[in-house]
Design a protein around this ligand. Structure first.
Ligand code: HPA
Length: 246
């Protein structure tokens, strides 16, 4: 039976209301995923949960094996993937704690294994990425937020940076000129890999901080963690609200 997969980001390494039915180590020919898959039930739907940074939050964004993660979720029967991503905000309209469902993405990452289509090919493959996120899933997330009276921004451009360091002010100025509203380190190549294996993928981005130069002074981990507490509570409410729509 098909399942809904949730890839947890910073601040989301478990789901409180998930009735866990098992933990499964699935092998991937692309190497080690971030951990065993948690299988469970939420409102009678089959859920797969995988924390992107590992259960103990020890894998930095540039070391995540995005290919293995997407591969094992596909193998386990996922059809929809809801990715949760902590982000910095470049826009005053999206303050810390805000949930955003991005609709576009710009990839500034480098040297990550970013495609399944590189070896043993019969022909070269170029997937379409005009709309990088799955529109039907985005719409359901937006509907679910409405149903739960959760405030959310329904559209933004996500700039994916390499990390693990945060950006300089000049880098954020450049991203803003490019049209980015959000900056995060985990959006790519995850979204493109999901598209390559024809999984419906959308992101709930949760604003952890104002990006460099957009808030007051330096960005601290304490500030990020404090903002994520409220943000992740909202993410959990949104997940509970979207499950019946899927
Ligand atoms: N930049 C990049 N990634 C992030 C940030 C940021 O400011 N905040 C949370 N993830």
């Amino acid at each position: 039976m098909s399942s809904i997969a949730i890839i947890g980001g910073t601040g989301l390494t478990s789901l409180a209301n998930l009735e866990i039915t098992g933990r499964e180590i699935i092998q991937s020919s692309y190497g080690e995923p971030s951990g065993p898959l948690t299988r469970g039930k939420l409102q009678d739907k089959n859920i797969l949960f995988l924390p992107r940074h590992g259960y103990a939050h020890t894998i930095p964004p540039h070391k995540v094996n995005y290919r293995a993660n997407i591969d094992v979720l596909k193998e386990a029967g996922a059809e929809n993937i809801i990715a949760v991503n902590a982000v910095g905000s470049i826009s005053e309209a999206m303050p810390p704690g805000q949930l955003v469902i991005p609709d576009q993405i710009i990839d500034y990452t480098w040297s990550r294994k970013h495609t399944f289509y590189e070896e043993g090919l019969n022909e070269v493959v170029h997937i379409d990425f005009t709309q990088p996120y799955c529109e039907s899933l985005r719409e359901k997330l937006i509907q679910a937020a409405n149903n739960a009276s959760l405030e959310l921004t329904a559209g933004a451009t996500y700039g994916a940076t390499q990390g693990p360091r945060l950006e300089s002010i000049a880098e954020i100025n450049k991203l803003e000129k490019d049209g980015c509203h959000l900056v995060g380190m985990t959006g790519m190549p995850e979204a493109a890999l999901a598209r390559e294996v024809e999984l419906c993928y959308a992101s709930i981005s949760v604003v952890a901080n104002m990006a460099a130069g957009r808030g007051d002074g330096e960005i601290t981990m304490a500030e990020i963690e404090a903002n994520l507490i409220g943000g992740i509570e909202k993410v959990k409410r949104l997940l509970e609200s979207v499950i019946p729509l899927l």
